[in-house]
Design a protein around this ligand. Structure first.
Ligand SMILES: Cc1cc2nc3c(=O)[nH]c(=O)nc-3n(C[C@H](O)[C@H](O)[C@H](O)COP(=O)(O)OP(=O)(O)OC[C@H]3O[C@@H](n4cnc5c(N)ncnc54)[C@H](O)[C@@H]3O)c2cc1C
Length: 477
């Protein structure tokens, strides 16, 4: 059985009560899916654990966005797909069921001011009606061959790592396509999976992201990354994805301390002292379970090895917001539409049908990508709402302009996420600093979806990283 963390009252100061001091075998910093999974496995292995979480809730980038009527819609991570075995196992264990993402009918394509529809079940799958698609398919075939050459979890060991990490996806896509349609669709592929522009991200990083979209027996592919049917967007969680971390956190109970942002980690005398607002914990080991960029906001003493310290400066988060509009019915279904759209203009560049499984009301979710959310930085909430509804109106008709309610989640305004969906590597970072993603620094261990081999960037990757780090720490204790 797990031994409980021990609390000891520290000497009272006349000025202010001193923060409580506790001891445990392991401190986990962050109650996202990676930290919660690590804590679960360490407790199961008989270790005493304290989890320190900055927010007042568990889940991190998995969040039920309140709609203002007592219900929520997925404001962060949402979908689960084939080969995402570890999040699937966790959800099963938590009693959270899945259902198929609504995908019946046609998708909307909005480009150069023209709206058109396309089938999702063609021979090549869901292929947008653009003259550039032949060009696109040729480029994607080449890209797919390159994906096969990237070792999962160790992209810096690819034979062509240096070449591929010396260019952006933008550079490659321009040298390997001629049509504006293919170029737009490749930019959109980058934007809708990573929420960065193709010029921001290393080609090697993007190839690895696709190589990681599989499991130990099924190699990752670009198709699995981008598809709804048979891909990463295939299913959703009944009751919302947040049910998974919320139930796991409930199971872990009061070893999780909320509203406890960790400010410093000091490695000394073979252990660590972790100082958070309102609590200090000494332990043998600490797991920092978050993206490298956010881990870089903690003060480490003594300073970390340069490779890790520099990595945390070089792994920025994407920028993204989710705009959600609620209607009495999913009216687009009656029009023969899936609710999925891709657009080259307007605030929203991609949409999904976020309605509940029984379709008892209609919810459209629109991604506001990195470029579009920047333009709305200084906009009032009313202006953002108007921009979101204007996009939905162009894509789904005037009914979409009159929702019952709307909500928005802007991830780059979140102090404890700094953006989303994932941290990305610009050129040069993976080949020079990649191994520092996971390498422990003395008693400090690293988790978070960015450290995962398979499904890095996804909930599955977060769970896998928590499982990996728990084994690593358990073996080291
Ligand atoms: C808009 C959006 C859409 C997404 N869509 C999907 C999807 O459809 N499917 C999918 O699988 N994934 C999706 N993702 C990605 C998914 O959310 C992440 O991969 C996953 O949740 C990351 O979990 P994590 O534990 O690694 O990190 P996080 O969830 O970021 O957890 C880190 C935790 O650490 C806490 N923290 C940070 N700093 C401190 C500190 N100093 N002290 C204490 N606590 C701290 C944070 O509050 C947070 O709770 C999406 C993400 C976003 C933002």
């Amino acid at each position: 059985a797990a031994s409980a963390p021990s609390a000891a009252a520290s000497p009272a100061s006349p000025a202010a009560p001193a923060a409580p001091q506790e001891t445990a075998d392991v401190v986990v910093v962050g109650a996202g899916l990676s930290g919660l999974t690590a804590a679960r496995d360490l407790v199961a292995a008989g270790r005493s654990v304290v989890v320190l979480e900055a927010r007042e809730r568990p889940g991190g980038r998995v969040y039920g966005l309140p709609l203002g009527d007592g219900t929520t819609s997925e404001g962060g991570a949402e979908f689960i797909g084939p080969t995402q075995d570890r999040i699937a196992a966790l959800a099963r264990d938590m009693g959270v069921a899945t259902f198929t993402t609504y995908n019946t009918g046609k998708n909307v394509y909005y480009r150069n001011g023209q709206r058109s529809l396309y089938a999702t079940d063609g021979i090549l799958g869901a292929v947008p009606p653009d003259w550039g698609v032949v060009d696109l398919e040729v480029a994607l075939l080449k890209l797919g061959e390159m994906v096969k050459q990237v070792p999962v979890g160790r992209p810096w060991e690819a034979a062509k790592a240096e070449e591929w990490d010396s260019q952006t996806f933008h550079t490659w896509s321009r040298s390997n396509s001629l049509s504006s349609g293919a170029r737009f669709l490749m930019d959109e592929f980058c934007s809708s999976t990573l929420s960065v522009r193709s010029r921001d991200v290393s080609l090697l990083y993007l190839l690895h992201y696709a190589a990681a979209a599989g499991n130990e027996t099924t190699p990752g592919t670009i198709d699995r990354l981008i598809n709804t049917k048979g891909g990463a967007q295939e299913s959703r969680f009944v009751g919302g994805s947040q049910e998974v971390p919320v139930r796991l956190a409930q199971r872990l109970g009061d070893i999780i301390r909320y509203n406890a942002p960790v400010r410093s980690i000091t490695a000394e005398d073979g252990g660590v002292t972790v100082v958070a607002d309102g609590i200090t914990v000494t332990a043998k080991r600490v797991v920092v379970a978050m993206s490298p960029a956010i881990a870089g906001k903690i003060d480490y003493s003594p300073g970390l090895p340069a490779s890790r310290a520099q990595l945390m400066q070089r792994y920025p988060m994407g920028s993204i917001a989710k705009f959600v509009a609620v209607y009495d019915t999913p009216f687009w279904r009656a029009d023969g539409l899936t609710g999925q759209a891709v657009a080259d203009s307007g605030a929203i560049d991609a949409t999904f049908d976020n309605s509940p499984p029984d379709g008892s009301r209609g919810i459209l979710m629109g991604f506001i990508n990195q470029t579009n959310i920047r333009k709305l930085d200084a906009a009032s909430p009313d202006a953002v709402r108007a921009a979101g509804l204007d996009s939905l109106g162009k894509l789904f008709g005037d009914t979409a302009r009159n929702p019952v309610r709307t909500a928005i989640q802007r991830w780059d305004n979140e102090t404890w996420s700094g953006g989303g969906p994932v941290g990305i590597a610009p050129p040069g970072v993976l080949s020079d600093y990649g191994p520092a993603l996971r390498a422990p620094c003395g008693p400090i261990h690293w988790a978070g979806t960015e450290t995962s081999d398979y499904w890095t960037g996804y909930m599955d990757g977060a769970v896998r990283s928590g499982e990996r780090v728990a084994k690593e720490v358990h073996a080291a204790l």
